[in-house]
Design a binder for this molecule. Sequence first.
Ligand code: G1P
Length: 272
Amino acid sequence: MIKKCLFPAAGYGTRFLPATKSLPKEMLPIITKPLIHYGVEEAMEAGMRTMAIVTGRGKRALEDYFDISYELEHQIQGSSKEPLLKEIREIQNSCVFTYIRQKEMRGLGDAILKGEPLIGQEPFAVVLADDFCIHDEGDGVLKQMVKIYNKYRCSIVAVMEVPREDTYKYGIVSGDFLDENLLKISDMIEKPKVENAPSNLAIIGRYILTPDIFDIIKSVKPGINGELQITDALRVQAKQGKVLGYRFEGLRFDCGSIEGFVEATNYMYKKM
Ligand code: G1P
């Protein structure tokens, strides 16, 4: 059973400056809920109750968000506004939040490694909150992935097709399809130029990782941009035949970009 979900959330969010000067990018709201709130809901739906957040300097708003706000809650108690806090209260009442700081930005692989003391030796999920995923017709992406994990017991990355000219933005995988949506990954490369991309199947920010990944991250060298890349560590597992790619059902919006953020906002607004 997967009980813990790790949220790397130390990044600066420079594309949203000046807003992200003092506001963590994970706190940017899609309508009324911050991005990380949706990620936590997705993890809860998949059965996880420990949310392990890797924060950094200037990210205190994240911790405050998942804590009680006595003054506010006292003020609106019994008023027509109280129901607006229902969902966040449910999260607070049923989940445990743990935090650790990444002191220097050394890449996603390093951020995940920083979470090791919060995770321990068990399989866990990773959510990159600025990849906003939604599946209106059924299970959320993490729940879909947990079902696959329960069958195969290995690391799993969510993948989707992207335009070839966009491969430089993503980890790109290659391998053999076991069925329509499941791929046994044989290789992967972080942010390849279009001419080096082995396919147009991109990793998006949902992972299930087996705990041996921590030692593998410690053993890989910094990759593209001089950063420790989770893709490079997963490549080692893939060479051992231990990584699946899952073409998920649902929509994904790149809320790390302004266009994706606006699209997600419009999509959710229409659903209201
Ligand atoms: C990270 C990963 C990349 C993945 C992407 C998904 O990159 O390193 O492999 O495709 O998330 O959003 P980032 O967007 O943090 O540069």
